[in-house]
Ligand binder design. Sequence first.
Ligand code: MF3
Ligand code: CO
Length: 250
Amino acid sequence: MIKLKSNDEIKRIRESGLMLAETYLEIGKLIEPGITTLALDKFARNYIEKRGGRPAFLGYQGYPSTLCTSVNEIVIHGIPDNYKLREGDVISLDCGIILNGFVSDSAVSFPVGTVSEEIARLLKVTEESLYLGIEQAVNGNRVKDISRAVAEHAGAFNYGIVHEFCGHGVGYNLHEDPQIPNYVGRGPNPRLKPGMVIAIEPMINLGTGDVRVLDDGWAVETLDRKVSAHFEHTIAIFENHNEILTGQNN
Ligand code: MF3
Ligand code: CO
């Protein structure tokens, strides 16, 4: 069931989303060769809790951390550890914040130092595909208009599109209906309405779109171990416009 939010509820999700955007702005400054993903996680938890927020992923279905830190061939749900970032890596960060009972969710992939042209293009196209999806997330359109916009852009570069994980409704809970796939499948295709709040999150790979879950039960990696990128925003749909509630990530 899709739960519509009132303007007052959207205001609260926006407050959570602003804190999330600020969190990313600060973490972005720390990303350089040598820093561990665990150090980024500790910083994020402290930053959020000091401001009265709660990390939405921490303890969610047993997830142990504030951030997902997914490096290179890890698509999503990488658990922070003692790995030190290296020049040329891609790190995809995913984070959610609960503030005053409302959740926001966003993700961004950062280059570590200088990356190859091939990787730089993957990051650019994945972010563009998010924004093309957001353009379609308007009153009267349907979920598959978003999915199509994302898939066509990523597909034009022959990138692999991850099918096993999707965007989602968000706000009261981290994951609500509807699902927002990054490809046009056979699933439900609800119409978008004012009051809907959704997270759109393309996961796009240099090679195959096929993935598997690692032995830790969380991290998702590309089957061919080629690099993956992930960008996500929480969006609110209004009568005549939409709004990104999680700020401009970079
Ligand atoms: N941000 C992820 C998503 O968009 C959720 C992470 S699941 C968690 O669906 F367990 F890591 F929290
Ligand atoms: Co999400």
